[in-house]
Design a protein around this ligand. Sequence first.
Ligand code: HEC
Ligand code: HEC
Length: 248
Amino acid sequence: MPLPFIVAWMPGSRKRVPPRPAHLPAGATDFRSRLAGVVSIAWVATGASLAHADRLAGATLAQQGGGGVPACMVCHGAKGEGQAAAGFPRLAGQGQAYLLKQLQAFADGTRKNPQMAPIARSLSAAQMRDAADYYASLPGWRQAGAPHTPSAQYAQGLKIATEGDWTKEMPACFACHGIAGDGVPPHFPALAGQPMAYTQTQLNAWRRAQRTNDPLGLMQAVAEKMSDGEIAAVSRYLENPSRPGKEK
Ligand code: HEC
Ligand code: HEC
């Protein structure tokens, strides 16, 4: 949603229209405030239709592909939910800026993956934006199916995600990734609902300095403090996280 749109429609924003001139008779509408109304409607119209066009183009790309680009849904699922068994990540509800950044990184080689690199390289800048807009507009992860099976591994993962381990200066994942791993756009992606295999692969890639496109090396600093067991535990937890404090 464009910022002028939000500003123009905020209840208090009328105060930004200069006060009614003293010579106008009571009840007459000041031309300037009418003009402000027309302008804000124009903002609504153009802003809304532009966003709509991007998402539609992104939806077509996701479902049908085009121009030699395969349909994203083949790997990322019909609704962008990812594929747990194959470890293909969930894209639905992820931040727009984060998705766009990763597509650019696969294309320019700063993030390496043999499946995504050729796909990203075949996308135009506009197609990348469309795909990112589309997937960001889909609903984020919500616990819908069966709750997790309680286990010692899950409990360990919950502790790492919500508290970290200060004995080795490992911060809580949710300190950066938001309450329950919902993400904090634009820089911190959502982790909740990602396939366990995907989270595990990413943490291992950072630990081995194979994924290096994170800002300020923030994720590498976290991952290199983690053992195999901790990586497995937190990845298991994040696949189906309970709300912190409500479950053990
Ligand atoms: C052949 C399977 C395949 C197809 C088709 C595919 N992807 Fe991917 N995608 C992957 C894999 C595998 C990864 C994880 C790469 C890794 O481990 O670094 C990924 C990762 C991503 C990521 C990074 C996600 C994150 O959380 O960091 C984005 C964004 C993405 N894909 C977008 C797309 C878009 C857009 C399309 C369609 C134009 C597409 N993908 C088509 C397999 C695929
Ligand atoms: C100091 C802040 C910080 C902390 C703490 C942190 N992260 Fe991250 N994390 C980031 C940033 C920033 C990114 C985005 C990297 C990028 O832009 O490529 C990220 C990305 C990720 C990703 C990639 C998501 C995707 O869709 O590809 C995973 C997985 C991840 N973090 C897991 C964790 C886990 C698990 C923990 C706790 C053990 C954790 N993070 C703690 C900052 C942090």
